[in-house]
Design a protein around this ligand. Structure first.
Ligand code: PLP
Length: 478
């Protein structure tokens, strides 16, 4: 018998592991099936480890097969499975619209509306005036029209779906003209050329990467052209020798040739950003006023609402999109409608939107206010970390979420030096991530940076607690 085979025999059996105190303990608290599954997976993992050692893939250190070690691992796997996967985290990165962290946190009014609708019945598709069947879109359309100046509006699952559906319903099998400078990829697999291909439109690229003129569009228009498409390059910024055609000019060119202009704005900004000393972003209402026939944007970027894609524009076009078979496949649910309606209502008063919608509140948070909270956090941490290890530094927060790539919001960062703790910085990040509540931070050169701009003030204490726990629990651990 070879050495490897004999080691495989040393692997403890399922029943043996279940007698270990660690597993007896979890068995009292969670379904047996979850625990059994975790035990089997752990044994399989160790078996594979031994086998891979045999193949020389791993270094040949001797794997510890003690039952208590395997049982401990199986117990933590079971704990993980039985606990919830999706949970709130503290975002101390300073990136306001963080796609990995769920983009826009909702305003209180939105969560209240959502909860009320979620836990009972609602008039989702019933007109309370007539008692007849209504459309779920009725709850949002009038509001969107008021805020954007559009004749009609439709809400779908997300903006990718909005762009796809708008193109599919209005330009299928025909040509759509786009500037080469706007053939963007917006994270993941959302690429304008591919979305257009999937939507059945034939892409006609015009201009060059850095410059596109009106005459470039004009030159390719023919009998088979259906639309001009303008895409907001929301996640990058070109500087230097550049030229882009404005919405109003494109709209009048399109209309002279009986074409439509579709504008994908991405972020969906309804408040003038220059008031926040931020670079100007096109406003939805400006695009509509400039003559765009259909405008699409996200619900959960700068709008600060739930995930959704909004299509606003000409009545006949929106009606055609709504009537399209595929509209049903990207239909929004009642939670989205409730949260979006409540969010949109806040925009009737700009000051209220700024104060109540977390994205706007965070963006407009003054550096002095962040600095006061940072100071309090430092005082709280200093006794545990050592005075010299924590401090404040200047930095910048980002809007994120494929919005305002150039915008830098001046902020105060709390920094924590890590060398002293005998733990690698990766390990500390991991402990913070896996803590309760999980904390997501920035790390640079073995220093943690915390930006309180994106931490809700009521989370400051939990954040301090999580940091202290990570370090004090971590002492002596490798
Ligand atoms: C973010 C973005 C999209 C995709 O929006 P989702 O709501 O994430 O589907 C499409 N176009 C532009 C220009 C964007 O910025």
């Amino acid at each position: 018998m070879t050495d490897d085979q004999s080691r495989l025999r040393e692997l403890p059996a399922v029943d043996r592991l279940l007698q270990e105190p660690a597993l007896e303990h979890v068995l009292q608290r969670m379904p047996r099936s979850i625990v059994l599954q975790a035990v089997r997976e752990t044994i399989t993992r160790y078996r594979n480890l031994l086998l891979s050692q045999h193949c020389g893939e791993e270094s040949t250190y001797k794997v510890d097969l003690s039952p208590d070690i395997l049982a401990g691992e199986a117990a933590s796997l079971a704990e993980k499975r039985a606990g919830s996967n999706l949970k709130p985290v503290i975002n101390a990165t300073g990136v306001v619209i963080h796609t990995n962290l769920g983009r826009a946190p909702l305003a209180r009014a939105a969560t209240e509306a959502l909860t009320a609708v979620a836990s009972g019945y609602s008039n989702l598709e019933l007109s309370l005036d007539s008692g007849k069947r209504g459309s779920r879109q009725d709850h949002l359309e009038a509001l969107l029209c008021l805020l954007t100046g559009a004749e009609a509006a439709l809400v779908v699952n997300n903006n990718a779906a909005a762009v796809f559906l708008a193109l599919y319903a209005t330009t299928r099998d025909r040509e759509v003209v786009v500037s080469r400078g706007q053939l963007v990829e917006i994270g993941g697999s959302f690429r304008i050329p591919e979305i257009m291909a999937a939507g059945g439109a034939r892409l006609v690229e015009v201009g060059t990467t850095n410059k596109t003129y009106l005459r470039d569009y004009e030159a390719v228009i023919n009998d088979n052209t259906a639309a001009l498409l303008k895409v907001h390059t929301s996640n990058y910024h070109m500087i230097g020798f550049t030229a882009e055609v404005q919405t109003a000019e494109l709209a009048s060119l399109a209309h002279r040739h009986n074409l439509i202009l579709i504008e994908d704005l991405g972020s969906g900004v309804l408040i003038d950003l220059e008031k926040f000393s931020l670079p100007a972003e096109p406003l939805v209402q400006e695009s509509i006023a400039a003559g765009a026939d259909l405008v699409t944007f996200s619900g959960d970027k700068m709008l600060g609402g739930p995930q959704a894609g909004i299509i606003a524009g000409r009545k006949d076009l929106v009606a055609a999109i709504r009537a399209n078979q595929l509209a049903r496949t990207v239909r929004v649910d009642k939670f989205t409608i409730a949260a979006l309606e409540a969010t949109l209502r806040l925009y009737f008063d700009e000051a209220e939107a700024r104060d109540q919608i977390p994205v706007w509140r965070m963006i407009s948070l003054a550096k002095e206010k962040i600095s006061e909270r940072a100071q309090r956090l430092i005082e709280r941490l200093a006794p545990h970390f050592g005075k010299a290890q924590v401090g404040m530094s200047e930095g910048v927060s980002r809007v994120g979420g494929g919005a305002l790539p150039m915008a830098e919001l001046p902020t105060c960062l709390v920094h924590v030096h890590l060398e002293r703790w005998g733990l690698s910085s990766e390990k500390i990040l991991e402990k913070l991530r896996r803590g309760d509540p999980p904390v997501i931070v920035r790390l640079q050169h073995d220093t943690l940076f915390l930006d309180l701009r994106t931490v809700f003030e009521e989370q400051d204490e939990a954040l301090a607690g999580a940091l202290i726990k990570t370090i004090t629990d971590g002492k002596g651990e490798r």
